[in-house]
Design a binder for this molecule. Structure first.
Ligand SMILES: Cc1cc2nc3c(=O)[nH]c(=O)nc-3n(C[C@H](O)[C@H](O)[C@H](O)COP(=O)(O)OP(=O)(O)OC[C@H]3O[C@@H](n4cnc5c(N)ncnc54)[C@H](O)[C@@H]3O)c2cc1C
Ligand code: FES
Length: 263
């Protein structure tokens, strides 16, 4: 795994996506991007100029990488003051970034069919994972859920070979209801399932998987979005309870096997 580095990064491009979010293309030191893996994240200093506020860095999953040009992309949606500040930064601005951090989604060598289940900005790490999977010739079905059509990732964000199905709570696009209502049809097909999104979505995913799975296969890997502080395993602010004991989501995670998590 790549060594964690603190580096200066320039915003090289920025475009709107998913309603109020942005895709932000960033520069990185030579060679660092090649070692970045899907599921990993970076911590971005989002301080308003001339102040120490917000004091702590904000975590962002890797959305895409471009090793040939030493660039990577983040998906940034405004929640509070740090993410709003970040979303307002323009091309040419310089950011202070720590990363890559955390573990990664792994594709087992024998896996041929992957199911991905995304909610909201949880779409980000699964975009990078789907790109890696398709490059390996693995079939991917990507399910995404959102409140409405405007909050969905456009199909053009995914490789053409990916089957993309969506669910919206208001029924404005795709299935009306929750994305987890689409999962049952794919459980026998999938060799592995990956998910990232809000915790209520994970609970509903766990329920549907347990109803339709005969053995422990297919295994389900989830990336948990716990609030983080140091990102380095020191402050214990991001611990999750697992069957193997308490684990930090910044170093031991953010990717955990769903059956290991106690919540
Ligand atoms: C591993 C990881 C990967 C992430 N990847 C992405 C990503 O790719 N794109 C993206 O846009 N965001 C991502 N996030 C969430 C992002 O880090 C938060 O939105 C950000 O830290 C909020 O900081 P803030 O200063 O804007 O909000 P604060 O001022 O700290 O909080 C404002 C409000 O937002 C709420 N809030 C804070 N964090 C979250 C959260 N994670 N989920 C829901 N509500 C929250 C708070 O409870 C509060 O009510 C990720 C989080 C983690 C842990
Ligand atoms: S954020 Fe400090 S231990 Fe994980």
């Amino acid at each position: 795994m790549a060594a964690v580095r603190e580096f200066e990064s320039e915003i090289v491009a920025k475009r709107s996506v998913m309603d109020d979010a942005h895709l932000v293309d960033l520069s990185a030191p030579s060679g660092l991007v090649a070692a970045m893996r899907p599921g990993q994240f970076v911590e971005v200093l989002c301080r308003v100029d001339g102040s120490y506020d917000p004091l702590l860095r904000r975590p962002y999953s890797l959305y895409a990488t471009d090793p040939a040009n030493d660039r990577f992309t983040l998906l940034v949606r405004p929640y509070g003051r740090g993410s709003e500040w970040l979303g307002q930064q323009r091309p040419g601005a310089t950011l202070d970034i720590l990363g890559p951090l955390g573990n990664a989604f792994e594709i087992r060598p024998k896996s041929r069919h992957l199911l991905m289940v995304a909610g909201g900005v949880g779409a980000a790490p699964l975009v990078m994972l789907s790109q890696r999977a398709v490059a390996r010739g693995v079939a991917v079905t990507y399910l995404m859920g959102a409140m409405d059509a405007g909050s969905l990732l456009p199909a053009s964000a995914l490789p053409a070979a990916v089957e993309y199905l969506v669910a919206t709570e208001d029924g404005s696009q795709g299935h009306r209801g929750y994305v987890t209502e689409l999962v049952a049809d794919y459980i026998q097909w999938a060799d592995q399932i990956y998910s990232c999104g809000p915790e209520p979505m994970f609970r509903s995913l766990r329920q549907v998987v347990r109803q339709h799975r005969v053995t422990r296969e297919p295994r389900v890997w989830v990336s948990v979005e716990r609030t983080m502080a140091c990102g380095l395993g020191a402050c214990l602010g991001c611990v999750v309870e697992t069957r193997r004991g308490m684990r930090t989501s910044c170093v031991d995670g953010p990717v955990f096997e769903m059956d290991d998590l106690l919540w």
